[in-house]
Design a protein around this ligand. Structure first.
Ligand code: URP
Ligand code: ZN
Ligand code: ZN
Length: 605
């Protein structure tokens, strides 16, 4: 150890890269004290690097004490005995936040092979210091019980911090009450609804509406898995009847429009009840276009592409090797259009899409083989938690689509903002958690299942050469990855509560509700003749479309030139105003165009 210091008063331990690879930590190493390797790790100085936040870059040192960033700047005064990590020529970035994982998920008859230990350890290896997983109750099961089950699984094993989203996989009044309990008492601010997986987790439109309404009431973010499960069920049946039993059938029974239709429907339903919406795993150009155009119309909607959709494509489903093809099976599927990753990356770079996850849900060959004769039985899911940062750096930054600030935004900061844990997470600033990656933008590696840290035996990015390597990963102020060596221990991560009523999500909602509130037209009551119905409950003529010769027509409001209200026309407002009304509303009533929200969106992302 080099004890010299260029700051006079300070004695620093300089970390010398270790050449010999020590034994990787094992689960039974849990509860290792704050000293790993004999070095006091409660004080750390990251020196000589370029600090990158989502909105600025600066050459600065970062001083950390007890897991919190205490100083950022040059010529810092730090106490003796502080350990130093040399970051010259490196970027110093906020640790990655993977918004979407499924560690050890019980799914399709088996359990995802990467659990909260191997999954979070792999996450750290790649520069991700926090994951957001999903507690998914079975239909009829208590959401709170599912939450506690996931907490028990995760707390004992996680090597990095984690938060939970909770699935609303069925609906009842009790579910609504539990959603409130989870937000008020258990640190949950996001609920995922499934529009696919018919007969297990799928919700119909009525229950989706109820869930969205409830999310809004409790200040939570509604998330959807957007695919039309009814179409998938019907098409799967057809494929199997045609003798198409291989993985290609998985994509063919759920083409892009099946995802785009559900994405659009979810946006419409959420917007109708004024609920902010988050589309998980955006997999296709068409679905991304829906998110982008709804945002332009002023919807509060966020889109999350994943490492898989940004880094590879669905041509693999036609691979001659069944195991290779099956390894890519996930829902919604990767798209056969090979241009998809480039397209999604462009939207992510320019702000149409905001966050990135992985949907990491891994199954090894023998598990995938549950569907060897029937693609509908192949457990859905792929890897990504370890490689997300490198894949996005390679496809996003090295390609010239985004600068390092945008990289930080889409891999960390935006997630922290959307899920209301910013600036504790997602920023390098005084007071923030010391979850930091010393990123080597020039080094390269070749991704392979042979060398990755995940438990799964396949890697969908196999053979991809990527720039951008996490040379050091600091989690809660501890160096947990150093020169390729992962020294994390199970149970050292913490659950991060996500508070409801996130200002970045709900900041516009109250005002919008007020200005969009429906208001009636004050008028004198109608006092003319009214058609007498024949007592058999016949409907008024303009609704039935049948004009009886001896029946008098009446209208409850004046007819429009177009003959009525077109609900698909964005000029329709719940306030009752239509563009062809002759009489405009009172000027004191502010009618807000759906486009009014767009200027605000630019502020945060
Ligand atoms: O294929 C996938 N996506 N597996 C995990 C479950 C889900 O839908 O997110
Ligand atoms: Zn999903
Ligand atoms: Zn998922």
């Amino acid at each position: 150890m080099d004890a010299s210091s260029d700051e006079g008063v300070v004695t620093e331990e300089v970390v010398v890269p270790r050449r010999v690879r020590a034994r990787d930590a094992e689960p039974w190493d849990a509860h290792t004290p704050d000293t790993v390797d004999g070095s006091a790790q409660n004080r750390l100085l990251i020196k000589g690097g370029r600090v990158v936040n989502d909105d600025m870059m600066q050459d600065a040192d970062v001083y950390i004490e007890d897991g919190i960033i205490k100083q950022v700047g040059l010529n810092l005064h730090t106490p003796g005995g502080t350990r130093v990590v040399e970051a010259k020529g490196h970027l110093v970035i906020p640790g990655g936040i993977d918004t979407h994982t499924h560690m050890q998920l019980p799914f399709m008859g088996t359990f995802a092979v990467d659990d909260f230990y191997t999954g979070t350890r792999a996450a750290l290896a790649g520069g991700t210091t926090m994951i957001m997983d999903f507690a998914l109750p079975q239909r009829g099961e208590s959401l709170v019980e599912a939450y506690h089950r996931w907490r028990t699984w995760a707390d004992a094993k996680v090597c990095c911090d984690y938060a939970l989203h909770v699935g609303v996989t069925w609906w009842s009044d009790k579910v609504g009450e539990e959603m409130q309990e989870l937000t008020e008492e258990n640190g949950i601010n996001s609920f995922k609804m499934f529009m696919a997986y018919k007969d297990t987790w799928q919700l119909g439109d009525e229950d989706l509406l109820k869930s969205f309404k409830r999310c809004k009431e409790i200040g939570a973010l509604a998330q959807v898995h957007a695919e039309n499960g009814d179409i998938i069920k019907e098409n799967s049946r057809k494929m199997l009847a045609l003798g198409i039993t291989g993985p290609e059938g998985h994509e063919m029974c759920r083409s892009e429009e099946v995802e785009a239709e559900a994405t659009n429907r979810a946006c419409v339903l959420a917007n109708q009840v004024g609920c902010p919406l988050y589309i998980v795993h955006v997999m296709s150009k068409s679905a991304a276009d829906v998110v982008s155009s709804k945002r332009k119309q002023g919807h509060i909607v966020f889109g999350e592409p994943i490492a898989a959709s940004l880094g590879t494509n669905g041509t693999h489903y036609w691979h001659k090797c069944w195991r290779h093809a099956a390894a890519h099976v996930m829902g919604p599927p990767l798209r056969p259009d090979p241009d998809t990753p480039r397209y999604l990356m462009d939207l992510l770079a320019n702000g149409d899409l905001q966050t990135t996850g992985t949907d990491n849900c891994t199954f090894s060959a023998s598990q995938k083989a549950l569907g060897k004769d029937d693609f509908t039985k192949i457990p859905n899911g792929v890897n990504g938690v370890e490689d997300r940062m490198s894949v996005i750096w390679e496809k996003g930054v090295v390609s010239g689509k985004m600068d390092p600030c945008r990289f930080v935004a889409v891999t960390s900061t935006n997630a922290a903002k959307v899920f209301n844990i910013y600036p504790k997470k997602g920023r390098i600033a005084v007071g923030s958690d010391a979850d930091i990656v010393v990123w080597n933008p020039h080094a390269t590696r070749v991704i392979s299942a042979k060398t990755h840290h995940q438990a799964v035996d396949f890697n969908i990015f196999e053979g991809m050469e990527v720039h951008g390597i996490a040379d050091y990963v600091i989690c809660h102020g501890r160096v947990v990855v150093e020169e390729g060596e992962v020294r994390a221990v199970s149970g050292m991560g913490k659950f991060v509560p996500t508070p409801s009523h996130c200002p970045h999500v709900y900041g516009r909602v109250q005002e919008r509700d007020r200005t969009n509130a429906p208001c009636k037209v004050e008028r004198a009551p109608y006092d003319g003749p009214v058609t007498q119905l024949n007592g058999q409950g016949r409907v008024p003529v303009q609704e039935s479309g049948i004009m009886a010769a001896n029946q008098e027509t009446f209208y409850t409001r004046g007819p429009t030139r177009s003959g009525g209200v077109n609900l698909h026309d964005s000029s329709f407002h719940v306030s009752g105003w239509q563009r062809d009304d002759d009489v405009r509303p009172r000027t004191s009533i502010r009618l807000v165009s759906p486009h009014s929200g767009t200027s605000l969106q630019g502020i945060f992302w």
